[in-house]
Design a protein around this ligand. Structure first.
Ligand SMILES: Cc1cc2nc3c(=O)[nH]c(=O)nc-3n(C[C@H](O)[C@H](O)[C@H](O)COP(=O)(O)OP(=O)(O)OC[C@H]3O[C@@H](n4cnc5c(N)ncnc54)[C@H](O)[C@@H]3O)c2cc1C
Length: 454
């Protein structure tokens, strides 16, 4: 295989960027194609009023070793700020702090036995090494077995709905295992306690530096290139773009969500297309608000009241120094939904009325003129849901078309979607790509291995 084999990567999110970076380090000639006008995908930044910050709330954990090592490569790790944050719970119209064991015992809305069973469920979950067996049981059945019916109804179901919307019924117990495992990652990596971190300037700053490094590594970056079709020709893998351009590569890696990859590649077999289309995604509608005054002192506030139209409150300025936001408060109001949810059709103005009315009811000290900016991000496919027997049904990273590969976040089996695991997936993906000596090799289903992912 020639060193100058031309590799194309479609999708310039963190996954595509890291694949490009690692392939370029191996001496490969790489072009990265991104539909948007900037790199970064879900992690990218935008202008909100007079600040620029991440479109979606992002926090780095002290235990995110892969991400921290990438930041080190980019010369930015020393600038990370590490903060201890607090957690809130909004339930029955009241806001409680549940930031430590004492507060949990005092305020958590369960009786003593309920609290003990709830805590034991989490401790037991954290002791389970492999989620393989958990993939065979629904998350609701597993939680009911360990926490009891009342706790499931009062606490777990609202929390599951807040992350999975109506899709919670389809999720396996591996979903909750992954969340618990991420919570306990600090202990596993030998750290005494977990802390949350951010880079001054946000992800936008990290992405600018990453793009600069890619350019120095001779990776060709083609933004504003929305791939519309991928075909095999005698010259190699040909990609068409909506801007009328074409590219031919020896090997092409698609990092887009599975259903998009299936649509882009009409020559895949029916079985391959079915596997891709069977992966079920969770979407998000995420509002960013810039406010004149703070809400409360919680980074995350979980919500169990179902009249609230969003599924959590993230007060970013409890983590990030408010001076980064011109002294203002940055709040995210996420609503996790299925890709078909009718809320996607609502305008920003309609969502603003719904979300702002509810937020004012939750935090009565807010005044109407406190709202400086309101902007909405909508993404139909964010997170592949850990359905029953998920890892057994995953498509291969290589396809029946020689030289064509599909690697995306759906390969993070039984993980939570985060940048650390995305970088790990890219590393595993590059290993796979380089070890497939023959372009004709096809591989069995594979995913980022549990535990190595955490
Ligand atoms: C609300 C929210 C909160 C989050 N919070 C955290 C957090 O606190 N900590 C953390 O570590 N992670 C967090 N994440 C997760 C993190 O953002 C993702 O893990 C990571 O950005 C995924 O990168 P990716 O490259 O796999 O996917 P994406 O970012 O989705 O990248 C895919 C890219 O492909 C491009 N594309 C799609 N179709 C085409 C096409 N046809 N042609 C060309 N390009 C195409 C897209 O434009 C996109 O840029 C959060 C995500 C969300 C949505």
């Amino acid at each position: 295989m020639s060193e100058q084999e031309h590799w194309g990567i479609v999708g310039g999110g963190i996954l595509g960027m890291t694949l490009a970076h690692d392939l370029a380090k191996q001496g490969k000639k790489v072009t990265l194609f991104e539909a948007d006008k900037q790199l970064g995908g879900l992690a990218s930044a935008w202008q909100l009023g007079d600040i620029v910050w991440d479109k979606h709330y992002h926090v780095t954990l002290l235990s995110d070793t892969e991400l921290r090592s990438l930041l080190r490569e980019l010369g930015l790790e020393r600038e990370m700020n590490w903060v201890e944050t607090r957690t809130g719970l909004y339930t029955d119209g009241k806001l409680y702090s549940i930031s430590n064991a004492l507060e949990f015992l005092r305020y958590f809305p369960l009786n003593l036995i309920g609290k003990i069973r709830f805590a034991l469920t989490i401790i037991y979950g954290s002791k389970i090494k492999s989620p393989k067996k958990l993939e065979q049981i629904s998350v609701v059945d597993w939680l009911t077995k360990w926490s009891g019916k009342y706790t499931v109804k009062k606490i777990w179901l609202p929390l599951l709905r807040s992350k999975l919307g109506g899709n919670y019924k389809k999720a396996s117990a591996a979903f909750i295992w992954a969340i618990i495992a991420r919570l306990y990652a600090a202990r596993r990596t030998g750290l005494k306690k977990e802390m949350f971190g951010y880079l001054p300037g946000g992800y936008g700053r990290m992405l600018d530096r990453y793009a600069q490094i890619l350019a120095e590594e001779q990776v060709k970056i083609e933004i504003d290139h929305l791939a519309t079709e991928v075909r095999q020709t005698s010259r190699g893998i040909e990609v068409e773009f909506s801007n009328g351009q074409q590219a031919v590569c020896d090997r092409l890696v698609l990092t887009t969500p599975a259903a998009i990859a299936s649509k882009l590649c009409p020559e895949l077999t029916e079985i391959e297309k079915k596997k891709l289309n069977d992966i079920q995604y969770q979407g998000i509608i995420c509002a960013s608000l810039l406010l004149k005054q703070p809400l409360a002192n919680f980074y995350v506030t979980n919500i169990t009241d179902d009249w609230v139209p969003f599924t959590g409150v993230i007060e970013m300025s409890t983590l990030v120094d408010p001076r980064q936001f011109g002294g203002h408060t940055l709040v995210y109001l996420p609503k996790y939904v299925t890709p078909e949810d009718p809320t996607f059709e609502l305008s920003d103005a309609e969502l603003k009325v719904q979300f702002w009315t509810a937020l004012r009811r939750m935090y009565p000290h807010l005044q109407d003129d406190d709202l400086l900016s309101f902007q909405v991000s909508r993404v139909r496919r964010v997170l592949a849901i850990s359905t029953l027997n998920y890892s057994q049904n995953l498509p291969s990273m290589s396809t029946s078309i020689p030289g064509l590969h599909i690697i995306n976040s759906a390969h993070i089996c039984n993980g939570t979607l985060n940048v650390n695991e995305t970088i790990q997936l890219a590393k595993q993906g590059v290993e796979h790509l380089l070890s497939s000596q023959s372009k004709k090799t096809n591989f069995d289903s594979q995913c980022l291995q549990e535990n190595s992912a955490l």
